[in-house]
Design a protein around this ligand. Structure first.
Ligand code: PRX
Length: 658
């Protein structure tokens, strides 16, 4: 390419127009020739006989089955599939039908048969500086031991085990152990609290819960076992609670129900050898609860076969994984980002994955940068909220560390704002590291709209659909929007890592995702626009999901936590823009007779939501009101509350209750 480079911004080739975004970062960032030449995606493109990425993409959406088959064939199967995609019961799609595998066979077993057995699979640093490392060999042994413990308790194929742990190695180990024996894991984020945990246990009816005495966060204890005890008391299913000792804090252990993991691992049943259970490609791998528009969180179901192929393929090409990489996805394994890109895909690609337990700025704001230098991290994948949080401490903190091992950066969870993009690119990436802004969801399982290192970047845009993914921005009637026109983001064709259903509620799966726009397409729930180059710009959620610091929360859950307080008759929650968190939760509360609004009650209600849901759901404000805007059918009009709070026009309120 002949463009001249200035600050990483180069003139776009004539086929790509300059960014017209209103987000403030001008220009198009062109890929580096050497990166393009060595990229995994370039090798694949050439192997298919194409000379441009556009040709490869066009082919891939016309032949998605061939594209995914090429990658599924790089993994091992106990029995090959008979059919790549079965659409006969759409939208209940099936992938790799008849194939038998187990994601653990590809994530661990196949590596220990090669020299990779001695390669590091996981490096973990505790907030207190403790270091633990696992080679693939050791990982195999530790996972097998836990798998045998679970088996000895009667956990078997098809059971659901709830895991509620801090960010410690036992979290991925327990997930992998469940998958190995064919049980599903349902991980509940360690930052959630009593009601959130109880709801999730209740829906999955788990008999076994795995938790820890407590975790460390900013040097303080997060009392997980105490929260778990309260949650167990609210739900009937848990018979056994396995407890990991992390902090050594004194906790209640209920005899006959609670067992220490280290005691169980010392028993002869905990042998380091365990056969990996052969699974049908369509057998469920895990449940992960996520917030939706109404009611309780939805248990999103993912499978062994398709999810494995999707996460493997996307990590390999988007972050261009090479044998020598040190990969750090700084999310929590308790969310989909962690499931797919801390636990499963790094192991599937045989890479070394780094996990850090604690807060990014503890004890000092250079904690992250010091660990990048210490472990020679080559790829960092995080959320805009974390970048904004670290940016405010200034450049001096990162600049005292050698970050030259970094070659790629990533972003996920919410649109990245221009200041954060620029800082990430200049101060952390030294203008040498392309930023992979990946758009996807709990439901999609893996990246859907994302650059690869060969694509020109437009800061603030997740760029273009991944290979094999057919996406559009449409009006409510399903017709395509014009370039740069706001519309609904849809996915036109099924993909291997897609959710298969919602646990215990297949109807909700159909109505939530496949009935909003005609044509049986998957409706995402985001508004977006597509520019003249086909680049997608995500605008935000269209439903009552609030993204707080990149975490997905439902207004319904926050409201239900509020009304569980004796002073509250009715509540409404909305998200309002927040400089660091992206959005913050604002709530409106009607009090019961006999209660009066006060600062003290506001503080009490905030603490109550924190106790029930977890600190991330703690409202920024609780406003006491005497009425809430409602439709005639009694639905709270949150959009009116939001417009009022932002001083905007409230729009059409003809359906408002009079
Ligand atoms: O609104 C989009 C936003 O996060 C939502 C999905 O949230 P969750 O299921 O928690 O998964 C988050 C991590 C995969 C999407 O509907 N979102 C995710 N990534 C991006 C994004 N918004 C803009 N840009 C992104 N890169």
């Amino acid at each position: 390419m002949s463009e001249t480079q200035t600050d990483g911004v180069v003139e776009a080739p004539s086929t790509i127009s300059k960014s017209k975004s209103s987000n403030g970062v001008e220009g198009v960032y062109m890929p580096n020739d050497a990166v393009v030449e060595n990229a995994n995606i370039t090798a694949y493109m050439r192997s298919k006989g194409f000379s441009t990425y556009d040709e490869l993409y066009q082919w891939s959406i016309k032949n998605p089955e061939e594209f995914w088959t090429d990658h599924a064939s790089e993994l091992e199967w106990f029995q090959p599939w008979e059919k790549v995609l079965d659409e006969s019961k759409a939208p209940f799609y099936k992938w790799f039908v008849g194939g038998k595998t187990n994601i653990i066979y590809n994530a661990i077993d196949r590596h220990v048969k090669t020299w990779r057995r001695n390669k590091l699979a996981l490096i973990w640093e505790g907030e207190d500086g403790t270091l633990r490392t696992y080679s693939y060999h050791l990982l195999n042994r530790e996972v097998s031991k836990i798998a045998n413990v679970l088996k000895s308790m009667g956990v078997k194929k098809g059971d659901i085990v709830t895991i509620y742990l801090p960010r410690i190695p036992e979290l991925p180990l327990c997930m992998l152990a469940c998958a190995k024996i064919g049980a599903m894991h349902s991980v509940v984020y360690g930052g959630f609290s009593v009601e959130a945990l109880a709801d999730r246990i209740d829906d999955s009816k788990s008999r076994v819960l795995i938790t820890a005495d407590s975790g460390f966060m900013r040097g303080k204890f997060v009392e997980l076992k105490k929260i778990a005890d309260e949650a167990i008391a609210r739900t009937p299913s848990v018979q056994t609670c396995i407890v990991v000792r992390r902090t050594g804090q004194d906790i209640n252990m209920e005899s006959g129900r609670d067992l220490w993991l280290h005691d169980l691992l010392a028993l002869p049943i905990a042998s380091a050898h365990c056969e990996t259970e052969p699974m049908d490609a369509e057998d469920p791998l895990f449940i992960l609860y996520t917030s939706g528009t109404t009611g309780r969180p939805k248990g999103v179901v993912h499978t062994h076969g398709g999810y494995m192929v999707g996460t493997y393929t996307t990590l390999k090409h988007v972050f261009d994984i090479k044998e020598e990489d040190r990969w750090w996805c700084a999310a929590d394994p308790g969310w989909i980002t962690g499931h797919s890109y801390i636990v499963y895909s790094p192991l599937l690609t045989g890479t070394t994955s780094f996990i850090y337990e604690g807060a990014p700025n503890y004890p000092y704001p250079d904690r992250w940068w010091s660990m990048i230098a210490k472990y020679g991290i080559s790829i960092l994948y995080t959320a805009p909220t974390a970048i904004r949080g670290l940016m405010r401490f200034g450049e001096a903190w990162p600049s005292r560390h050698d970050l030259s091992t970094l070659r790629l950066l990533g972003s996920v969870g919410e649109p990245i704002n221009p200041e954060a993009w620029r800082w990430y690119h200049q101060v952390i990436g030294h203008e040498q590291c392309p930023i992979m802004d990946t758009w996807w969801q709990t439901e999609t399982g893996h990246f859907m709209i994302t650059p690869t290192p060969v694509l020109p970047l437009k800061p603030g845009s997740a760029t273009r659909p991944f290979l094999g993914i057919d996406i559009d921005v449409v009006h409510e009637d399903g017709s395509s929007c014009e370039a740069n026109e706001d519309g609904l983001l849809i996915i036109k064709r099924p993909w291997p890592g897609m959710l298969r259903t919602i646990l215990n509620d297949p109807d909700r799966y159909v109505t939530t995702y496949f009935e909003k726009v005609p044509g049986g397409v998957y409706t995402v729930g985001d508004s977006a626009r597509k520019d003249e180059d086909g680049y997608i710009w995500i605008i935000g959620r269209l439903d009552d999901v609030i993204k707080v610091s990149g975490y997905r929360l439902g207004t319904a859950e926050v409201e239900s936590a509020l009304v569980s307080h004796s002073a509250v008759a009715e509540a409404a929650a909305i998200g309002l823009p927040h400089e660091l968190k992206g959005n913050a939760i604002h709530t409106f509360v009607i009090l019961r007779e006999g209660y009066e609004g006060s600062q003290q009650l506001e503080d009490e209600l905030k603490a109550h939501v924190g106790h029930e849901m977890g600190p991330i759901a703690r409202p920024e404000r609780v406003e006491f009101v005497t009425s809430l805007p409602k439709t005639r059918s009694g639905k709270i009009m949150r959009r009116v509350l939001k417009a009022q709070a932002l001083g905007q026009d409230v729009g059409d309120i003809s359906t408002l209750e009079s």
